[in-house]
Design a protein around this ligand. Structure first.
Ligand code: GTR
Length: 322
């Protein structure tokens, strides 16, 4: 059964009815990226897994390319139950379940491998479980590499180079603090509004991993890419708790099992995509510069200190993970 998504009470009611009836269940899932991106292709693999496991009784319909708007709205729809599932950045989950902000602090992970150990282990699993309090069922994490700055004006070599620049950040106040600490001006804007914001000069730049910078064509507007790698923020995919509770155990189990397929698939696709994106950016004439990270690590120490007490327990655990 295919439903128009209006976010109305009626749509919510129909979705619940669909979930409890004997009819096939089509899970609607949103993503800001287009098909062909690691996250969307991984959710497609999850859908195939579900179809196979349930003889076609369960499947996933992907609303990709920001068809449903930005990530904040998608999360709200999932909390309501108007949308079953979404894949977003952990960057926008902090405002829902505060502890996720430990992952949103600059230079909190030592490397991508360190972030894998953390999300795959007890800390990651514990955080996923805490999403229930926010009306969400955490299904799993995915990779998003490291985020670096891009802008229209100049290569960023040291924090002072960010001075006077308006830099778009994800919609979470913690990233404004991060920008302030580095000397820039953080402006929260939804991902689906960013290309226009760059084009019209509402912002001078933004920060993201190479695949997002490339596939969103932001390099056309902001051609300096400086490898500060200041954030390693994982992706996450979540299910609506309201809808989850209408599913039987076998359905829940199938979703859990196929979620693992999605995580594995994305990791496999991610690495290749990152390398390809860097090569393509170079080919397109983007000015890429390596950066001595130490001054950026030092400049952002006040942010880690400010939130250090609040997230002391989890930050201590993250640091202890080898
Ligand atoms: C990308 C991420 C998206 C979105 C975007 C952003 O790396 O895959 O989910 O969060 O960044 O900056 O908003």
């Amino acid at each position: 059964m295919r439903l128009a998504l209006q976010g109305t009470v009626a749509a919510v009611a129909v979705t619940f009815a669909a979930a409890t009836s004997a009819e096939a269940l089509v899970i609607k899932s949103s993503d800001v990226h287009a098909m062909g991106y690691p996250t969307t292709d991984a959710i497609a693999a999850m859908g195939e897994c579900l179809e196979e496991k349930t003889n076609g009784d369960m499947s996933i319909e992907i609303f990709h390319s920001m068809q449903l708007g930005g990530e904040k709205e998608a999360l709200e729809q999932v909390q309501l139950g108007a949308l079953e599932m979404t894949r977003v950045s952990v960057g926008v989950v902090g405002p829902i379940v505060d502890d996720f902000n430990a992952f949103n602090l600059p230079y909190v992970f030592r490397s991508i491998d360190h972030s894998h150990e953390v999300v795959d282990g007890e800390i990651g699993q514990d955080l996923l479980a805490r999403l229930e309090a926010g009306g969400l069922i955490g299904l799993g994490f995915m990779d998003a590499g490291a985020r670096s700055f891009y802008n229209k004006e100049r290569p960023i070599e040291k924090p002072e180079d960010l001075q006077g620049l308006k830099v778009r950040v994800m919609q979470n106040p913690i990233f404004i603090d991060m920008m302030t600490a580095m000397g820039g001006n953080g402006i929260p804007i939804a991902f689906n509004e960013l290309y226009t914001a760059l084009q019209t000069g509402v912002v001078d730049g933004a920060e993201n991993n190479p695949p997002s910078y490339l596939t969103q064509n932001h390099y056309e507007q902001a051609g300096y890419y400086s490898l500060t790698e200041h954030l390693i923020v994982p992706e996450i995919f979540v299910f609506s708790k309201n809808v989850w509770e209408t599913l039987d155990e076998a359905q829940q189990q199938a979703i859990r099992e196929c979620s693992k397929v999605a995580t594995e698939k994305e990791r496999e696709l991610w690495k290749a995509m990152e390398d390809q994106a860097m090569a393509k950016l170079q080919e397109m004439g983007v000015q890429i510069n390596e950066v001595d990270k130490q001054p950026f690590i030092e400049a952002t120490a006040p942010v880690r200190e400010k939130f250090g007490e609040q997230y002391a327990e989890i930050l201590g655990k993250i640091e202890a993970v080898q």
